[in-house]
Design a protein around this ligand. Structure first.
Ligand code: NAD
Ligand code: UFG
Length: 338
């Protein structure tokens, strides 16, 4: 298919683009480069040689730019990764998250409607659930996000549902990601955060590099087996495969879906640290620091809906995720070239 991929130069979008292109899809990537470097495009092309991949530098909030991207391009489906994703930044600047994540999607949906494009796969998040009432989270769990980032994801899900109610042929897949980590097994593509990483895996790889002195574990007094926070980590390549499965579902089954994408089991921070040390053969220093405000003690996915409906299951284990994240960081200590 001819697929428009917003945010396709970002961490998850870039890995998904490689898998889409290798599967024979023709891509038009739109990214404003707000959180990505142009050299990511060369790596996507390198990993999917001969594929048809075009790139337009544009913001999804720019209706005129979207109009010219769609015009005559024969787009058949959209994968919508473009968005801001920092919980702490969203608490400091909620309007920015509403504008970019919700506003950007509204403008994208208008362009899709004008050009008769009826299929969209959207990057939602497990943060839409908020404080767990019961675990694992199923898709029918109460939706009560605890921060503006999560609220913007839920608002987009509701906008998609409203659009589906309004337009007879419109179908969407809202994929609620748990914690994507890892990197392309080639070591050519991975997560490249700006500044000091907020998330556990990029922080760990930078400690292993020697760029950061030690890991700070945010809280060892949670009601979890070892006291540290528990999350459901999944390999970014599994997540990419989930997007291909969702696209196939929208085309073959002709229905919309909201589905968790997680491995279906949790690992504590200390367990991830142990897996990283085993996978890389390095010992890392760490301190126990106070809890990070807003963190939830533990959660993981019930991923049975995705297995049943999409035929998707996470395949990689935690040590694979750590090994691939480290290979990427070790081979690209400064991230992507400028
Ligand atoms: P990322 O920041 O690496 O990628 C997002 C990309 O979108 C970047 O390349 C950025 O430049 C681009 N972008 C942002 N706003 C844009 C706009 N208005 N117009 C055009 N391009 C824009 O993030 P990621 O980790 O790859 O996440 C992709 C999506 O998945 C995001 O929507 C994010 O909220 C969601 N998500 C991520 C996680 C995670 O842990 N990484 C978890 C759940 C959901
Ligand atoms: N942690 C540390 N030290 C660090 C970083 C993280 O101990 O330096 C801990 C956290 O306290 C938490 C776990 O490692 O227990 C995972 O934290 P991350 O920051 O890697 O991930 P979060 O679960 O907080 O959030 C991530 C994304 C969100 C997304 C959410 C979906 O950052 O955008 O997963 O589940 F919404």
């Amino acid at each position: 298919m001819r697929v428009l991929v917003t945010g396709g130069l970002g961490y998850i979008g870039s890995h998904t683009c490689v898998e889409l292109a290798r599967d024979g899809h023709r891509l038009l990537i739109i990214d404003n480069l707000g959180n990505a470097k142009p050299s990511v495009l060369e790596r996507i092309r390198e990993l999917a040689p001969g594929a048809a991949i075009e790139f337009v530098r544009a913001d999804v909030r720019d209706a005129a730019a979207l109009e010219s991207a769609f015009a005559g391009a024969g787009i058949e489906a959209v994968m919508h990764f473009a968005g801001l994703k920092s919980v702490s930044e969203s608490m400091a600047n909620p309007a920015l998250y509403r504008d970019n994540n919700l506003g950007g999607t509204a403008i994208l949906l208008k362009a899709m409607a004008r050009h008769g494009v009826e299929r969209i796969v959207f990057s939602s998040s497990a943060t839409v659930y908020g404080v767990p009432e019961q675990l694992p989270y199923t898709e029918s769990h109460r939706l009560q996000p605890a921060n503006p980032y999560g609220q913007s994801k839920l608002q987009v899900e509701r906008l998609l549902a409203a659009q589906a109610a309004l337009r007879a042929g419109f179908r969407y897949a809202a994929l609620r990601y748990f914690n994507p980590i890892g990197a392309h097994p080639s070591g050519r593509m991975g997560e490249d955060p700006r500044g000091v990483p907020e998330n556990l895996l990029p922080y760990l790889t930078q400690v292993a590099l020697g760029r950061l002195p030690r890991l700070r574990i945010y809280g060892a007094d949670y009601a979890t087996p070892d006291g540290t926070g528990v999350r459901d980590y999944l390999h970014v390549m599994d997540l990419a495969a989930g997007h291909l499965a969702a696209l196939a579902y929208l085309c073959d089954r002709d229905r919309s879906i909201c589905a968790n994408l997680g491995a279906g089991r949790g690992y504590s921070v200390l367990e991830v640290l142990g897996a990283f040390e085993r996978a890389t053969g390095r010992k890392l220093a760490y301190d126990i620091a106070p809890r990070r405000p807003g963190d939830i003690a533990a959660y993981h996915a019930d991923a049975s809906l995705a297995a049943r409906e999409l035929g998707w299951k996470a395949r990689y284990g935690i040590e694979d995720m750590c090994r691939d994240a480290w290979r990427w960081q070790a081979q690209n200590p400064a991230g992507y070239p400028d």
